[in-house]
Design a protein around this ligand. Sequence first.
Ligand SMILES: Cc1cc2nc3c(=O)[nH]c(=O)nc-3n(C[C@H](O)[C@H](O)[C@H](O)COP(=O)(O)O)c2cc1C
Length: 210
Amino acid sequence: MKDLRKHYTRGELLEENVPKCPFELFTIWFEEAISCPEIIEPNAMVLTTVNNMSAPDARIVLLKDLRDEEFVFYTNYQSHKGQQLEKNPNCTALLPWINLERQIIIRGSASKVSENESEAYFDSRPRSSKIGAWASTQSRNISSRQELEKQLKEFEIKFANIEPSKPPHWGGMAIAPLEFEFWQGRPNRMHDRLLYEKSSEGWILSRLQP
Ligand SMILES: Cc1cc2nc3c(=O)[nH]c(=O)nc-3n(C[C@H](O)[C@H](O)[C@H](O)COP(=O)(O)O)c2cc1C
């Protein structure tokens, strides 16, 4: 591990070249991440929440929408993350585009999206994913893999002749950002870090030391 070392030379991030609005910069970087063949899941982000012991928790989720200045992902509301966000909506989402020598950290607050929005997205999913949402009580213990397969089979039979509707415990969460940090790797560990903070006058831009 000690000998693993990369030099970051792919780009720079300077105040004079960035838009005033962080959503615009997010969109530019997101499109570049989609176009980067080495990034296999450009919309994968590490979502950090706070558990009921005030300790941080983290996992990857897929970003599915950016609309009305909110970032939307979908999950089981009864999962650990779902319950944690219900109690404490503060969270961060980190997009680790290491192949571009970049990361974006979004700090904000999450709330459930409307049932209509969740249903519209659920209906667009492949049938197997829809059945999977019914078959897994996400984050709960299960005795074995076989038991999970059995649960799946039961729902495949149940939905054999009908299209699965959205389970009531499944849906979208929308993160409303309060801060964005854009990070671009630079040589000699002198990386660029630009911070956008939300204020009543709009977004305030500042630079952090690497
Ligand atoms: C690439 C990738 C994408 C994932 N996307 C999602 C997702 O969009 N929604 C989700 O609930 N879990 C997703 N997961 C699974 C979560 O990381 C996690 O295991 C699960 O949501 C349970 O988390 P929790 O117990 O902290 O609630 C994904 C995992 C990976 C590795």
